[in-house]
Design a protein around this ligand. Structure first.
Ligand SMILES: C[S@@+](CC[C@H](N)C(=O)[O-])C[C@H]1O[C@@H](n2cnc3c(N)ncnc32)[C@H](O)[C@@H]1O
Length: 238
């Protein structure tokens, strides 16, 4: 099997999981209007999730989840080793879903944090519909805040773009990071994280890639390919 075949299979298997959640992802008039508005503005957006959590999920949930799976390909053979995983700004569960699928680990304890109760209730519904192994807990939290333990891995997609002050503040960055952290975000945000990484952290990997959207998801994702920017960070041992 060629590298491209393996990559295609990797995404096709995940497409089956996403289709199990299609009732949460299927486009609505509101989600189509939101996507059109965002695409016409071409800027980093901060959404009002109290009004648009459902439309946000239908417009961007599947695409974000596919991007997160692409970013996770650097952990493909080790994903099951991260037992305590925390998803910062988990929203409706895009990164949580991709991680749980890849890890396929009944011992996984995945903890999603978000300020929006609307987003969290969608994340709970999504994980329940997906039926993936592991324990999942989604909790309302205004971040940055104490998490109470050091996760093996912190994952985060499109949260830093809404909380850029955390990038510039070493204490807040330290508070949010687990032993390792994998971040998916806009290119500009990943550049900023890489350039201002506080002492005590180092870059394990940094990727930019394209995801070819599986044709079975074409109706929901409404694009053929998407760009992904990610950075994998570790704590430096003393
Ligand atoms: C762009 S969405 C991304 C959601 C999800 N990670 C994804 O990739 O689809 C950003 C999420 O961060 C959450 N968020 C933003 N600022 C926050 C804060 N200060 N504390 C907790 N959650 C926050 C929002 O409620 C929203 O769900």
């Amino acid at each position: 099997m060629t590298g491209t075949d393996v990559q295609t299979r990797y995404f096709e298997e995940f497409a089956d999981v996403l289709l199990r959640c299609n009732h949460l992802y299927h486009p609505s008039n509101d989600s189509i209007a939101l996507r059109n508005a965002v695409e016409s503005r071409r800027q980093i957006e901060i959404f009002d999730y109290s009004r648009s959590a459902d439309a946000f999920t239908r417009a961007f949930g599947m695409r974000n989840s596919l991007k997160c799976l692409q970013a996770l390909s650097c952990l493909e053979v080790t994903a099951h080793k991260y037992t305590r995983v925390c998803d910062l700004g988990c929203g409706s569960g895009a990164f949580s879903l991709a991680f749980a699928h890849l890890a396929d680990n009944p011992e996984l304890e995945l903890h999603g944090l978000d300020i929006s109760e609307h987003q969290l209730s969608l994340a709970r519904e999504l994980m329940s519909a997906a039926g993936l192994p592991g324990r999942f807990q989604f909790e309302q939290r205004n971040l940055p805040a104490q998490i109470g333990y050091l996760p093996d891995l912190t994952i985060s997609s499109y949260w830093f773009c809404e909380n850029e002050r955390v990038i510039a503040d070493p204490l807040l960055f330290d508070l949010m990071a687990g032993r390792e952290m994998l971040i998916v975000d806009y290119e500009k945000i990943i550049d900023r994280i890489a350039a201002s990484l506080p002492k005590g952290f180092h870059i394990l990997a940094r990727h930019s890639a394209h995801v070819e959207i599986p044709p079975v998801l074409a109706d929901s994702v409404a694009q053929e390919r998407a760009s992904v920017y990610s950075i994998h960070i570790g704590r430096t041992k003393d």
